[in-house]
Design a protein around this ligand. Structure first.
Ligand code: UT7
Length: 360
């Protein structure tokens, strides 16, 4: 196959909303600070496990592609908040979809996980290892949040998106990408308390506290996203002037503005949804791409640039030339189970957990 094209797309946003005003009821912050520093107004909080969000997004993506689940031979689940480490989250999605056999695995590069997953699936299709892939970017960031820390708690939300990827002989789909990581910046963004090094008899597993140097992350994010974009464009043989739409990782509106200015792309060509969802980590860029398609910004032949970054400090940029399909082939009536709680009530439940191990 020459390229792997996105033939189906779907998202799943949990219904419970947590507004800036809600957060200011338990943290020393306010709507004015959060909006002016980040562009975020509200975010979603999940009442279900992450694999349920991913399942709904996947069913919607498969319907959009007109592909039966039995045709899927690869599922890649990009996330850093899987339900459990063993077995992986991808196998639960496989089970829920009723797929008898497929290669399924999780990958974690923090917020870029969904984008790295896209590259792996594209490569596996182009080399003939897989034919029909389901790529998922999902996060239940609320579960790994330190809800006592205003530096991080205001920034994140929950969600999921999925894409169906299939091979094409046409010059479309994922044309090129650049992936990378500044490992010397590992310490500026760390969610402490997740992982085997914390099984030390002192830390209560499930207690999370963050190292978070916002200004350093900001600077590294701008450099990483811009350099990756230039490299991906060069690999695709395109200039920034030939890009019709940028769909960036939505971590901060000011980061997005810097990246667009440096790449000399006008604001009207930049897709923004940060005000609705905050930063959904691995789900952020995937959900933004789904919404850019749903809202009519993507046509046949549209060149899309997707720069992203995450902890690690990982970065990525993909260049996509969109194929013919811009409306779903089929729809589905799948929904999450109803949520009886508000976003604030779910967060209060997280806050009532026992705490220990962290520096407070
Ligand atoms: O996907 C990866 C996720 N990471 C990121 O996206 C982080 C990238 N960085 C950023 O987005 C920004 O650096 C932040 C939004 C995190 C912070 O914005 P900033 O303009 O860099 O603010 P700052 O860190 O310089 O803090 C300014 C002030 C400080 O008070 P003082 O020291 O000036 O008195 C903070 O304590 O704002 C204070 N502050 C807050 N005030 C109200 C920090 N968080 C809050 C808050 N509400 N939530």
């Amino acid at each position: 196959m020459e390229f792997a094209a996105i033939t189906g797309w779907g998202k799943c946003l949990p219904p419970a909303v947590l507004t800036n005003d809600d957060i200011s009821t338990f943290l020393d912050t306010d709507d004015e600070w959060i909006v002016s520093r980040t562009g975020m107004k509200e975010r979603r909080i999940s009442h279900v496990p992450i694999s349920d969000l991913a399942h709904v997004a996947s069913v919607r993506a498969l319907a959009a592609a007109g592909v039966d689940a039995s045709e899927v031979d690869l599922i890649i689940f990009g996330s850093c908040s899987p339900d459990e480490v063993v077995p992986n989250a991808a196998s639960r999605v496989q089970l829920l979809l009723g797929i008898k056999t497929a290669a399924v695995f999780d990958i974690n590069t923090a917020c870029t996980s969904g984008m790295y997953a896209l590259s792996i699936a594209s490569s596996m299709i182009r080399t003939g290892i897989a034919r029909t892939a389901l790529v998922i970017g999902a996060e239940v960031a609320s579960s790994v949040q330190d809800w006592t820390d205003r530096n991080v708690a205001v920034l994140f939300g929950d969600g999921a998106a999925a894409f169906v990827l299939q091979g094409t002989e046409k010059h479309e789909g994922i044309l090129a990408e650049k992936l990378g990581c500044y490992a010397d910046s590992r310490d500026i963004l760390r969610a402490n308390g997740i992982g085997m090094r914390y099984a030390d008899g002192r830390t209560i597993l499930g207690t999370i506290w963050w190292n978070f140097n916002g200004q350093e992350i900001f600077k590294k994010a701008v450099v990483g996203m811009c350099e990756a974009s230039q490299e991906a464009l060069a690999r695709a043989g395109l200039s920034t002037g030939q890009i019709d739409l940028i769909v960036p990782h939505q971590a901060n509106l000011r980061i997005i503005d810097f990246v667009a200015k440096r790449l000399k792309v006008p604001p009207e060509q930049v897709f923004i949804n940060i005000h609705k969802y905050g930063n959904m980590s691995s789900a952020t860029t995937p959900v933004a791409l789904v919404e850019a398609v749903e809202e009519g910004y993507v046509k046949h032949g549209t060149h899309i640039l997707l720069p992203a970054f995450g902890a690690g400090l990982s970065y990525s940029a993909h260049v996509i030339r969109w194929g013919e399909r811009v409306t779903p082939l089929h729809s589905t009536d799948i929904e999450l189970p109803p949520c009886e709680k508000t976003g604030l009530e779910i967060v209060k439940e997280y806050m009532s957990r026992p705490r220990a191990g962290g520096p407070y």
